[in-house]
Write a new protein. Structure first.
Length: 94
């Protein structure tokens, strides 16, 4: 399972990791399936802070037809992921 989490983390860094460009949530939101979000949950702590922010913001761009599939998962994990993000931001300021 660790390999799958590493693959997901690498995929996210490739999609969202650039700090040179403005983020585009639409580029990744169509690919956020229930399975992909499950993998993201496992590797979220290992992501860079700017990738975490871009990922969380991409939830706002999930198309309506996919919302039903992922909404339960997002509602269960969004709060947990947001807490991790706040933790990371606070630690990086210290």
């Amino acid at each position: 399972m660790a390999s799958r989490e590493n693959d997901t983390a690498l995929w996210l860094h490739n999609k969202l990791g650039s700090t040179d460009d403005l983020w585009s949530g639409r580029s990744i939101s169509s690919q956020l399936t229930k399975e992909k979000l499950h993998d993201v949950k496992g590797c979220f702590r290992s992501l860079q802070a700017h990738v975490k922010v871009k990922l969380l913001l991409s939830f706002l761009h999930i198309v309506r037809r996919n919302v039903a599939e992922v909404s339960k998962f997002i509602s269960q994990t969004y709060f947990q992921l947001a807490l991790v993000l706040v933790e990371v931001v606070l630690v990086s300021k210290c």
